[in-house]
Design a protein around this ligand. Structure first.
Ligand SMILES: [Zn+2]
Length: 166
């Protein structure tokens, strides 16, 4: 999937998992991590030495596109960012898994249970296809918009509640 699709899916996953816009935003960024082993990806082009090494060592859509990858990166995020941002591990896991879920709609599939090599897919959407650009991206943008609106109304309701109590 396109990185924009992953950003939107990552935000939605992180926000739904935690109810926090900050965690949703972190999840959006973390959702790009599985493609760090692809030199052609959005994140891979920006971290070229890392992505070239990652592809050589792990291959594309192998270990990094699995639940083991999700757990390892979430643990690393918790260790590195946890002292400053308590939602780091959960945000990373939610964003990472959202990436795997979205890539599962690609015919190439995802080896969720790596090192077991079977790839799981619901082959509905090719990366960058009209279906992704015209259906998946606008659909996710709509979901994220609704989540923002929901968050806004919850914030207003909490403010009013506070005002009534005082
Ligand atoms: Zn991917």
């Amino acid at each position: 999937m396109l990185y924009r699709t992953h950003l939107l899916g990552g935000f939605a996953a992180g926000y739904l998992a935690t109810g926090s816009v900050a965690c949703g935003t972190a999840s959006a960024v973390f959702s790009l991590l599985p493609d760090i082993e692809s030199p052609k990806s959005f994140i891979g082009r920006r971290l070229l030495p890392v992505s070239v090494a990652g592809k050589l060592v792990f291959g594309h859509r192998q270990a990094f596109h699995s639940l083991i990858g999700a757990f390892l990166f979430a643990a690393a995020a918790h260790l590195f960012f946890g002292p400053h941002f308590s939602g780091a591990g959960v945000s990373c896991f939610a964003g990472y898994v959202s990436h795997l879920a979205l890539d599962s709609f690609n015919p190439a599939g995802v080896p969720w249970l790596w090192p077991y090599r079977k790839r799981f897919s619901f082959p509905l959407v090719e990366t960058g296809s009209i279906a992704e650009r015209m259906v998946v991206l606008p659909g996710l943008a709509g979901i994220v918009s609704l989540l923002f609106i929901r968050g806004f109304f919850i914030s207003v309701a909490n403010l009013l509640k506070g005002a009534v109590i005082r």
